[in-house]
Design a protein around this ligand. Structure first.
Ligand SMILES: NC(=O)c1ccc[n+]([C@@H]2O[C@H](COP(=O)([O-])OP(=O)(O)OC[C@H]3O[C@@H](n4cnc5c(N)ncnc54)[C@H](OP(=O)(O)O)[C@@H]3O)[C@@H](O)[C@H]2O)c1
Length: 244
């Protein structure tokens, strides 16, 4: 895709990767609205309040955005939480519920809200956001990985179901990026700007999946025969859980 001349809604664009991607679309000359619960934190971009776990909130946001921007043609479902869980403690279930509610059901709910509009438009693009962890688990975040594997499978089915409507479906598969506190705990996380440079380049190729170089070993570990070794290495992070 060419990033100019679009009208873009990034749900989950109030911080981090979403806010950065919003800036790239703005810089390229697109009109951009970012959504999230914490819209007060955002300056210089049009915002819409939206909580993806609340059906009414999503429909209200949809109506508000489409009333103002009937030409909206790009939807990005970026909202996500990354929560750690100790599966030996059943209290982890609260985090599991939140993770599925935001990352998976939230994604589905937002897509449902805008799909009729995009089909009516007869063109446009839905960009979902999974994660390298959806393909190569990080055992400290079990439900997170499950939710992102779910986003991947859902995206594939959505692309098949929207074939012929003019609406393209693209999956962004980030590796660890230095946002959401990762910059403090993960020195290997990619700086946001470098990540976005690669993403913008890959978006122009119209590939179904946007997989930056750092995400390739995670995306293709199973095919490349490196899965067991990588999983073992990533399991060492479990030592950081209290009591292990
Ligand atoms: N950073 C990484 O290493 C990494 C790696 C792979 C995938 N990802 C994925 O990339 C996406 C963005 O992550 P990030 O690193 O940029 O984290 P972030 O800065 O924490 O951004 C998360 C976004 O999700 C929104 N959000 C959370 N709960 C929401 C809710 N209930 N309703 C609506 N919006 C909600 C937040 O907005 P409000 O707080 O304003 O609601 C925020 O805009 C996520 O889907 C994440 O899983 C990140």
């Amino acid at each position: 895709m060419n990033m100019s001349g679009h009208t873009v809604l990034i749900v989950g664009g109030t911080s981090g990767i979403g806010r950065g991607l919003a800036q790239r679309f703005l810089d390229a000359g697109s009109t951009v609205v970012v959504g999230g619960r914490n819209t007060a934190a955002v300056e210089e971009v049009e915002t819409v309040p939206i909580d993806v776990t609340d059906a009414e909130s999503v429909l209200r946001a949809r109506d508000e955005v489409l009333a103002k921007h009937p030409d909206l043609d790009v939807l990005v479902t970026m909202s996500g939480v990354m929560l750690m869980e100790d599966l030996r403690d059943p209290a982890h279930f609260a985090n599991a519920e939140t993770t599925i509610a935001v990352n998976l059901l939230g994604t589905i709910r937002v897509i449902d809200a805008f799909t009729p509009h995009l089909i009516g438009l007869g063109r446009g693009q839905i960009i979902t956001v999974s994660s390298g962890i959806g393909f190569m688990p990080f055992p400290l975040m079990p439900t997170y990985g499950a939710s992102k594997a779910g986003v991947h499978a859902y995206t594939e089915a959505l692309r098949a179901q929207l074939a012929g409507t003019g609406v393209q479906v693209t999956e962004l598969v980030p590796p660890a990026v230095a946002t959401a506190g990762q910059e403090k705990i993960n020195p290997a996380a990619l700086p946001l700007d470098g990540f976005l440079d690669e993403v913008v380049g890959l978006l122009s190729t119209d590939a179904n999946e946007i997989v930056v170089e750092r995400a390739l070993p995670l995306r293709w570990a199973e095919r490349d025969g490196t899965y067991a070794e990588l999983l073992e290495r990533r399991s060492q992070a479990l030592n950081t859980l209290p009591g292990r």
